[in-house]
Design a protein around this ligand. Structure first.
Ligand SMILES: *[C@@H]1O[C@H](CO)[C@@H](O)[C@H](O)[C@H]1NC(C)=O
Ligand SMILES: *[C@@H]1O[C@H](CO)[C@@H](O)[C@H](O)[C@H]1NC(C)=O
Ligand SMILES: *[C@@H]1O[C@H](CO)[C@@H](O)[C@H](O)[C@H]1NC(C)=O
Length: 331
């Protein structure tokens, strides 16, 4: 059930230069591939290398987005705690699948447009354009990126139980997020930059924008329940409200633990020892982060180099600056 995270457990073990990837080097180093994924790895190591890079990008963004939250994504993708991490079909699990799938789609699309993956490239069939502008250059071909990443990422979900339906839905929401956030860039032509004619192309946004977008989806994520026909769930439907679940929504099956106390079975590490912000009333503030247990104040002297002067030639002289400061750590 655990998707592409198998690729993360040996994140340094395979080369990043796609041109250098050989199936015989890469595939045996990835434990836990499903049979379909293993076949794909043999056939398309270039694609699988991009998948690994994309999954890492997704996890890094997850950590950035949740750095001040009780649940902070820190143990996602580390081999040690692997199986225990996402057992609960929570909103956090929904975000992890969404952002990872988005990362894979993003890197795949980027690798295609850079010519690093065979049989895909820039978008070929471009529509007409408009008055004073036309499509040109290399528009990223997100459809190809989506096709290739879906093939690999979704291949993990073989159980056909409610949880795999949830994962598949969130994988798709991640791909949609990339498509939805594409940007158009243009360049002017004409006498001395007069812009009588523009050439425009589709380009990827920063991945942080996709992370923000999915974070909004996380806040509005929908609780769903499986619809059973006989012994198989056929699809997921919303538990509350009449609005249908849209493909771009993140969906979850179970309430999250509150992540205050350690409960490894449910994916909670607890917040004792976390640094918090004394003045913030928000996530990351001591009140919320420490779950009302209170915090310890540590005073310390911060030193850093300052007033640096460059002397010709060639050395730099700095003063040591000091400041008394304190930090706050959850009990
Ligand atoms: C993409 O291919 C180029 C050469 O065509 C190579 O220099 C570059 O490192 C590759 N990028 C990735 C991310 O593998
Ligand atoms: C994330 O939370 C865990 C468990 O509370 C903690 O050990 C870790 O230091 C935190 N990571 C960051 C970057 O705050
Ligand atoms: C703590 O939170 C306040 C209010 O949200 C913010 O202005 C401040 O920069 C934060 N401090 C740190 C160290 O992050």
């Amino acid at each position: 059930m655990l998707n592409v995270f198998v690729l993360l457990s040996r994140s340094r073990a395979y080369p990043t230069g796609v041109s250098a990837v050989r199936a015989s080097d890469l595939c045996p180093r990835i434990p836990g591939l499903s049979p379909a994924q293993a076949r794909m790895c043999e056939a398309r190591p270039d694609v699988v290398a991009a998948v690994g890079e994309g999954a890492r990008l997704g996890v890094a963004e997850c950590r950035r987005q949740f750095r001040n939250h009780r649940w902070n994504c820190s143990h996602i993708g580390s081999a040690r705690v692997f199986g225990h991490v996402l057992v609960v079909g929570s909103r956090e699990a929904a975000y992890v699948y969404g952002i990872t799938s988005a990362g894979v789609t993003f890197v795949m699309t980027q690798s295609c447009s850079r010519g690093n993956v065979s049989d895909c490239g820039c978008e070929r069939s471009q529509p007409q354009g408009g008055a004073g502008w036309k499509w040109g250059g290399c528009s990223v071909d997100v459809r190809q990126g989506i096709r290739l990443s879906r093939k690999f990422v979704d291949a993990r979900e073989v159980e056909r139980d409610a949880r795999s339906l949830m994962n598949l839905h969130n994988n798709q929401a991640g791909r949609k997020a990339v498509k939805h956030n594409l940007k158009t860039e243009c360049k002017c032509h004409g006498v001395s930059g007069s812009c009588t004619m523009k050439t425009c192309w589709k380009t990827l946004p920063s991945f942080g924008q996709i992370g923000d977008y999915l974070m909004r989806a996380y806040r509005k994520s929908r609780r769903v329940a499986p619809h059973w026909v006989g012994r198989r769930p056929t699809h997921l439907r919303p538990v509350k409200g009449r609005r249908k679940v849209r493909p771009r929504d993140l969906v979850y099956l179970e309430d999250s633990p509150n992540y205050c106390e350690p409960d490894p079975e449910r994916g909670s590490l607890g917040t004792a020892g976390r640094e918090c912000n004394r003045t913030s009333p928000d996530v990351g503030g001591c009140e919320v982060l420490c779950c009302g247990r209170g915090y310890n104040t540590h005073q310390y002297v911060r030193t850093w180099q300052c007033n640096c002067k460059f002397h010709w030639c060639c050395y730099v002289n700095c003063d040591a600056c000091k400041e008394r400061t304190e930090n706050y750590v959850c009990k």
